[in-house]
Design a protein. Sequence first.
Length: 256
Amino acid sequence: MAEHLQLINPGSVPPPAGMVMTETASNILRSLRLVADEPGTLTMVAGVPGVGKSETLRRYTHESKNAQMFTMVAGEGRIWDLANVMMERLELGAPNSRRLREDRYRIMDAIGAEQVVIFDEAQYLANYNPRGGFNFDAYEWVRAMAEEACFSVVFCGDLSLADTISSVPQLRRRMVRPVVIRSVPKPDVLAVVRSRGITDPAICDALSVMARRYGGLADVQRTLAQAAKHASSDKIAASDVKAAMLYLGLSGQGGF
């Protein structure tokens, strides 16, 4: 393996502004394109917060005519919840708990073959069973639809998603090139920093440490934006970054 229900309507979501193509983003896109070329397959993107998973998915969804993305919400990951959101998006009305099998086929027909269906925050599809353990029926419901209707599925979420997939053999053995990111790679931080024209090793090292400890690339972007506001010239200096980290309460997370 490579170490590598609120709804989002892909037609209304703009591409991420100023997205930097990092090694992680390239790695994720490689897996997305692979499953897109093999209808009916599944893949997984699981990782720590702030590595650009959702941002990369939104970019792919915006640029691909055959992709749509659903973002799951805690407490709304049961099969009925999932069916309700998907049927609402597809203008199929409301699901009926007595005829979920029929509703599943209606959803399959509406999505069609050779599509890529992305579930962000997919860890919420695992539902705690009061009698013990977790219920993974929603994943199986999606898997069955994907295989029968020949559309591809991407499950994206935090590292608990990787544990879930590993514990469900019928999902694990169907995964094509899953991507797992256990920490923010330094090359990703360098790509973001250098996109701002910064090459100072002290800045790169400090922001790499901060990104690994908490917040990921989002905090790197936030720090650089704050530093640029108060820089005395067009060039951001190490002192500007240090001041920005202090202002944002991130000074304990970096290497200065």
